[in-house]
Design a protein around this ligand. Sequence first.
Ligand code: FES
Length: 114
Amino acid sequence: MLEVSPSDHRAVCRLDEIPDGGAIAAEIDSSTGGFSLILLRRGEQVFAYHNECPHAGRRLDWSPGKFLVKDGAVICAAHGATFDIASGAALGGPCRSGLAALPVQVRDGVVVLP
Ligand code: FES
């Protein structure tokens, strides 16, 4: 994972740490104890969401940092809810709500929280 200096505290990871077409998890420190993100990559684009399923509040990954991604959707490992990668919208399964998005940008090959 990217080493983050105090001057670039908003950096999350390097773009090339996310497999193109795949996803990784990133643990973010915060004053309230931190949270986990899912970062999904399509080429030079990265989509970030809280790594928490709106259905029952479980993490989306089946093992830390390991996600089910298929046909433009990420699938919650707990009960199979599916979410659109680009919008986070619920597509199917037991969940009607979409994922909570965080805006991220890619700057000089680094994914940052603006
Ligand atoms: S917790 Fe994700 S589908 Fe139930």
